[in-house]
Design a protein around this ligand. Structure first.
Ligand SMILES: Cc1ncc(COP(=O)(O)O)c(C=O)c1O
Length: 482
C-alpha cells in the first residue's frame, strides 16, 4: 500500500473545506464554541478535527472508508493480519484481548505483573486466572521476564488453559522470549496475547528487541501514544494469526469503547502511522542514539547505575535500551526521593519511581539537551556524594495469595468495609495496586495474607500512591461479605 497517505486526516480536511453548516455532534462547532480561555492559548485549528461520523468520515465500529483504510495501512506497517484503532487506550485493548480468548470459567494464564486492565478484562469475561510469577531481580527490585519453563510447567498442570496474556516489554523495558512462549502456547492449542503497551517502537530498529507480532503473538495491543507519537489514549489492537475469531474481537471492541470515538485521537493514530511508516527507522535510530548518550554519561558517575542490556540474563531476557532505569541508592537516595529531586531541583520530569529506581522514558522526540539535563543533574548528585541517609530496601515481594473467587465472582459479591487494620486474613473485594507501576498485590477474590498486608501497610504509611481501594487513604478496605 502507499504509506504516503493519511486517509483520516484527508477525509476530515475534505469535510471541513466544504465549510458545512454543522448540525451534528460535537456542539462546539469546530472552534466557535470552545472557551476563549483555551483557544487564546492554543489557537483554533485543532478543534476543526474534533468531528463525528459525518459524511465521508466513516465509523470506527463499522469502518468501510477512511478509517478502514487507515487501519489497513497500520496493519501493513506492523505486519498484522488486521489492526483496529482504539480510543480508550491499551486498557480497552487488554480488556478486548481477554474477552476474545477466555469466557466464563475458562482459564487464562497470567503473570502477576500484568497491568490492572487485564483484571478488568477478567471481570468482564468471567475468565479464571491461573497466575504465574515472572522472574524478579532482588538486586534491582523490579520484575523481569516470564520464563518459558514457567509457562511450560503451568500448561502441564492445567492443560485446558486457553491462552497466555503477558506484558512485554514491561514499563521498565524488560522483554520476554516471546518466540519460545508462542511455541509453547500453540503446542497446547492456546493463544499468545501480548500487552505491548510500551513496545510499538520495537518494529523500527534492530537495536531493540523484536516486536510481538514478529514473534508469534496472536493478539497484541499497543499504546501508540506512549512512545510512537499519537495523542494520549490512542492505541491499536492487532490480530497476528488466524487463531483469534475476528468477529468476536470486533464485538468485544464495541463492548469496551465509546460509541462517540474521538476523531482527534483517530487522526493522531493515522498521522503517527504515517510518520512511522516513512521515517520510523530514523526516528528509532535517534531514540537509540539518545539512549546510548545517556547511558554513556551515567556509566561514568560514581554511585549511580543504570540497568544495562546483558545484566542478570536469567532475569532480564532482553531489554529495550530506550528505557533508562537508574538508581542512586549507593548515594543514600531512594528512587522516590531521586524522582522528586530531579524535578524540584533540576526541572527534569521522569515517568516513575520505586524504592530503588527512577525510570526515564526516552523517545525519538527527546533532544540531546533533554538527555544532558538528566545526566547533568545526576552528575551533580554524584559529585555531592553520599548523603549518609539509609535507603529502605523493598520488602521481599509477597507471594501469590490463595484465590477464593474469580475476579468476576468477587466483583459482584456483596461487600462490606472493614478497618484496614482488620483486613489481614479476609477475602479482598477490591484490588490493592501500588501505582506506578500498576501491579496488583491482591486481586478481588484473593486472600489478603499477612505478608501482603505488611507490604501494603508500609507503602501506605510512607505516602506512596496506589490504586484500587475506594477509600483512597486505605483506612477502610472492602472485603467479600461471607
Ligand atoms: C503495561 C501496561 N499495559 C497497559 C496500560 C494501559 O495503557 P493505556 O494507558 O494506553 O490505556 C499501561 C499503562 O500505563 C501499561 O503500563
Amino acid at each position: 500500500m502507499n504509506q504516503n497517505q493519511t486517509p483520516i486526516l484527508e477525509a476530515i480536511e475534505a469535510f471541513t473545506e466544504k465549510k458545512p453548516a454543522y448540525f451534528n455532534i460535537p456542539g462546539h462547532r469546530m472552534e466557535r464554541g470552545i472557551s476563549r480561555r483555551w483557544t487564546d492559548r492554543v489557537g483554533t485549528e485543532i478543534f476543526s478535527y474534533d468531528l463525528t461520523e459525518a459524511a465521508g468520515l466513516d465509523d470506527l465500529h463499522h469502518p468501510e472508508g477512511a478509517i478502514l483504510k487507515a487501519q489497513q495501512l497500520a496493519a501493513e506497517v506492523f505486519g498484522a493480519r488486521k489492526s483496529f484503532f482504539l480510543v480508550n487506550g491499551t486498557t480497552c485493548g487488554n480488556e478486548a484481548m481477554v474477552l476474545s480468548c477466555a469466557g466464563e470459567g475458562e482459564k487464562l494464564l497470567v503473570p502477576r505483573n500484568v497491568h490492572k486492565s487485564v483484571m478488568m478484562g477478567m471481570i468482564l469475561s468471567g475468565a479464571r486466572p491461573v497466575y504465574v510469577m515472572p522472574e524478579y531481580s532482588d538486586n534491582r527490585g523490579i520484575w523481569g521476564s516470564l520464563k518459558p519453563e514457567t509457562v511450560q510447567r503451568a500448561f502441564e498442570k492445567e492443560p485446558d488453559i486457553r491462552g497466555l496474556l503477558l506484558v512485554s516489554p514491561t514499563y521498565y523495558g524488560v522483554c520476554s522470549d516471546l518466540q519460545a512462549l508462542s511455541e509453547i502456547c500453540h503446542a497446547h492449542g492456546a493463544m499468545l496475547l501480548v500487552d505491548e503497551a510500551h513496545g510499538a517502537h520495537l518494529y523500527f530498529s534492530d537495536k531493540l528487541p523484536m516486536g510481538a507480532l514478529r514473534r508469534g503473538a496472536d493478539l497484541c495491543a499497543q499504546s501508540i501514544h506512549k512512545v510512537t507519537g499519537s495523542l494520549t489514549q490512542s492505541s491499536m489492537l492487532h490480530i497476528g494469526s488466524s487463531l483469534p475469531d475476528e468477529g468476536r474481537v470486533r464485538a468485544n471492541l464495541q463492548l469496551v469503547q465509546s460509541t462517540s470515538p474521538s476523531y482527534l485521537l483517530m487522526a493522531s493514530l493515522d498521522a503517527a502511522r504515517y510518520e512511522l511508516a516513512l521515517h520510523g527507522s530514523e526516528m528509532m535510530k535517534r531514540a537509540a542514539a539518545l539512549a546510548e548518550r545517556a547511558r554513556a554519561a551515567i556509566r561514568k558517575l560514581k554511585g549511580i547505575s543504570c540497568i544495562e542490556p546483558g545484566e542478570e540474563p536469567e532475569v532480564f531476557s532482553e531489554l529495550d535500551i530506550t528505557r533508562l532505569t537508574f538508581s542512586a541508592k549507593e548515594l543514600g537516595i531512594s528512587g522516590f526521593a531521586l524522582q522528586e529531586i530531579l524535578f524540584e531541583r533540576f526541572g527534569v520530569s521522569t515517568e516513575l519511581a520505586d524504592y530503588g529506581n527512577v525510570l526515564a522514558v526516552l523517545t525519538y522526540a527527546n533532544t540531546k539537551e533533554d538527555v544532558d539535563r538528566l545526566s547533568g543533574a545526576l552528575a551533580v548528585l554524584a559529585e555531592e556524594g553520599d548523603t549518609g541517609r539509609k535507603c529502605i530496601d523493598p520488602l521481599p515481594l509477597p507471594g501469590i495469595p490463595p484465590m477464593e473467587l474469580t475476579p468476576r465472582e468477587a466483583y459482584f459479591q456483596a461487600k462490606r468495609s472493614v478497618p484496614w487494620r482488620d483486613a489481614a486474613g479476609k477475602i479482598a473485594a477490591e484490588m490493592l495496586c501500588p501505582y506506578p507501576p500498576g501491579i496488583p498485590l491482591v486481586y478481588p477474590g484473593e486472600m489478603v495474607t499477612q505478608e501482603i498486608w505488611d507490604y501494603m501497610d508500609r507503602y501506605r504509611r510512607e505516602g506512596h500512591p496506589f490504586h484500587g481501594p475506594a477509600d483512597e487513604k486505605l483506612e477502610w478496605f472492602q472485603i467479600v461479605d461471607s
